[in-house]
Design a protein around this ligand. Structure first.
Ligand SMILES: C[S@@+](CC[C@H](N)C(=O)[O-])C[C@H]1O[C@@H](n2cnc3c(N)ncnc32)[C@H](O)[C@@H]1O
Length: 240
């Protein structure tokens, strides 16, 4: 059974995920930094640093949300970053942010589904995705689509939450994720489910080696994984 945000709803996971992010979009950036004590900023920096050597000119940021990873991607001096997302609410917050920062000429945010991308094969030098893949309805389809639109030799960098395994971080993390984060998340976002869906979806996600196995299966090469901050988060990289 797929983990979905609204358990009593009959809608697909994709529609529920879009609805949930539409509902929390206005508070998303604040909650991200608040609930992670700002560590998410460091994780995005680490992910983009992995693109520094290959100097990609066309970057696609999948599940871009409000565009923070797309902004970080400008550090590698691309010609353009294209972000896609299924949540119009998140994109609207992102577009306003780009406008305020004067980045609309460098970063384009488009409505688009990672599982059915609107781009031709071999279009991008690099693909990035932060905290998106866990939300896909069909993970393999989403990763295959990334592979299709990436140029041969191009690199994909994926950031996602993972489950710490060592004592005492595992216990501390479980307590925080299950008892503290949902309370503050609900209070601030006013969404009943978003911050219970977060720990549940992390729990159900095939992290670490299992995720590398799926990247291999859909055709990526040189799949690698590094764990960050006691295993709370992981960066996965691969080449087409
Ligand atoms: C946790 S947010 C991450 C946003 C951003 N990447 C960041 O680092 O802050 C997850 C995003 O994935 C998007 N998403 C989920 N499934 C998607 C899909 N199939 N196609 C495109 N975006 C998707 C959601 O709408 C949401 O904006």
């Amino acid at each position: 059974m797929a983990v979905v945000p609204y358990k009593d709803a009959s809608d697909s996971k994709k529609n529920q995920v879009a609805q949930m992010f539409n509902s929390i979009a206005g508070k998303y950036d604040f909650l991200n930094h608040f609930l992670s004590a700002g560590v998410d900023i460091y994780w995005r920096k680490k992910a983009i640093a992995l693109l520094q050597k290959s100097k990609p000119k066309q970057i696609l940021d999948i599940a871009t949300g409000t565009g923070d990873l797309a902004i970080e991607a400008l550090k590698v001096d691309p010609d353009k970053v294209t972000g896609v997302d299924i949540s119009e609410g998140m994109l609207a917050v992102g577009r306003e942010k780009m406008q305020k920062k004067g980045l609309s000429n460098k970063i384009e945010l488009l409505s688009g589904d990672s599982e059915n991308l609107q781009f031709e094969a071999n279009s991008f030098d690099a693909i990035t995705c932060a905290f998106g893949v866990r939300n896909f309805e069909n993970l393999e389809k989403g990763l295959s689509e990334m592979n299709r639109v990436l140029k041969p030799g191009g690199r994909v960098v994926i950031l996602e939450f993972s489950k710490p395994t060592a004592f005492p971080m595992k216990q501390a993390y479980n307590f925080y994720f299950k008892n503290i984060l949902p309370v503050f998340g609900k209070m601030i976002s006013k969404d009943q489910s978003a911050y219970t869906y977060l720990p549940e979806s992390v729990q159900a996600f095939p992290d670490g080696r299992s995720f590398l196995g799926i990247l291999d299966k859909v055709g990526f090469k040189q799949t690698q994984w590094q764990s960050l901050t006691f295993g709370i988060c992981s960066i996965y990289t691969a080449i087409k």
